[in-house]
Design a binder for this molecule. Structure first.
Ligand SMILES: NC(=O)c1ccc[n+]([C@@H]2O[C@H](COP(=O)([O-])OP(=O)(O)OC[C@H]3O[C@@H](n4cnc5c(N)ncnc54)[C@H](OP(=O)(O)O)[C@@H]3O)[C@@H](O)[C@H]2O)c1
Length: 236
C-alpha cells in the first residue's frame, strides 16, 4: 500500500477524512478533495503526520470542469491513480410531496452524478494502476427505504446500481469495485438531527475506514464486492 495514490472525495470530515487517514497511516499518497479549503488542509496535514503525504485539492463533485482539470493535473504530476474513493455525499430529508426540485437536484447531483463523473474521468488513470480499486460509499439506504428520504434513497439506490454495473465492466481491467454501505455512523452529518444519546451506539468513521483499507489490502485475486457496517447494538 506504500506509495499508492489514493483520491478521496469528501475528505474534509467524517467518513472521508477517516478513510484518508487510514490510507495515510499505511504510507499511501493521499489527494483530499472537498469544497471547504480549511477542512481539507487540516486533514491533509494530519495525513502527512500519519505517514502518507496529503495534498488538499478543492473540488465540487458536481462540477465536471473541475473534475477534468483535477484529472489532468493528477495525470501530469503522478501519472496514475490506484484508489478512487467516491465518498462525498449529502443527506436531505423531506416527504416526497414536500421535496423541492432544488433539493432533489442537489442530492442527485452530489450523491449520484458526482461519483459517475469522477469515475468516468479518472478511469484512464485507474487503468494505469497495477492494483486499481474503486470504492463507492452508498448507505444502508442503498437497499432499504426510509420514509422522508426520497431523494437520498433514490441517489443511493442509483449509486449501488451504478457500482454493480462498474464491477462487471471493469473486471477486464483488473480494477476491483467495492460498495461501502454504512448504517448510522457518528459524523457531523448527524449534528442537530436525532438524539445525541444515540451517537455512542453508532458505527465509528474509523471503523468504516479500517474495513475499506482491509478490502484494498487483500490480494488482487479476490474482490470484496460489498461492505455493510451497521451498529452492533441494533439499527438507529
Ligand atoms: N454518517 C452516516 O450515518 C452515513 C451513513 C450512511 C452513508 N453515509 C455516507 O457516507 C458519506 C460521508 O458521510 P459523512 O457522514 O462522513 O458526511 P459529512 O461528515 O457531512 O462529510 C461529507 C463530506 O462530503 C463533502 N461534500 C459534500 N458535498 C460535496 C460536494 N458537492 N463536492 C465535494 N465535496 C462535498 C463535504 O465537504 P464540503 O461540504 O466542504 O464540500 C464533507 O467533506 C456520504 O456519502 C454519506 O451519504 C453516511
Amino acid at each position: 500500500m506504500k506509495d499508492a495514490v489514493v483520491l478521496v472525495t469528501g475528505a474534509g470530515r467524517g467518513i472521508g477524512r477517516a478513510i484518508a487517514l487510514a490510507f495515510a497511516a499505511r504510507g499511501a499518497r493521499i489527494l483530499l478533495c472537498a469544497r471547504t479549503a480549511g477542512e481539507i488542509r487540516d486533514a491533509a496535514a494530519r495525513c502527512s503526520e500519519a505517514g502518507g503525504p496529503g495534498l488538499a485539492l478543492r473540488l465540487d463533485v458536481r462540477e465536471e470542469g473541475e473534475i477534468e482539470a483535477l484529472a489532468n493535473r493528477v495525470g501530469r504530476e503522478l501519472g496514475r491513480l490506484d484508489v478512487l474513493v467516491n465518498n462525498a455525499g449529502i443527506y436531505t430529508s423531506a416527504p416526497v410531496a414536500e421535496t423541492t426540485s432544488a433539493a432533489w437536484r442537489e442530492t442527485l447531483e452530489t450523491n449520484l452524478t458526482g461519483p459517475f463523473l469522477l469515475t468516468r474521468t479518472f478511469l484512464p488513470l485507474l487503468r494505469r494502476s497495477a492494483k486499481g480499486h474503486l470504492f463507492m460509499v452508498g448507505s444502508i439506504a442503498s437497499r432499504q427505504a426510509f420514509a422522508e428520504c426520497g431523494a437520498y434513497c433514490a441517489s443511493k439506490f442509483g449509486l449501488l446500481g451504478l457500482t454493480e454495473v462498474l464491477r462487471e465492466e471493469l473486471r477486464g481491467d483488473r480494477i476491483r469495485v467495492t460498495s461501502v454501505l454504512p448504517g448510522a455512523t457518528d459524523t457531523a452529518a448527524w449534528d442537530g438531527k436525532g438524539s445525541d444519546a444515540e451517537r455512542p451506539r453508532m458505527v465509528r468513521a474509523e471503523e468504516v475506514a479500517e474495513a475499506v483499507v482491509a478490502a484494498y489490502a487483500l490480494p488482487p485475486s479476490s474482490s470484496v464486492d460489498e461492505i455493510t457496517l451497521t451498529p452492533a447494538a441494533g439499527p438507529i
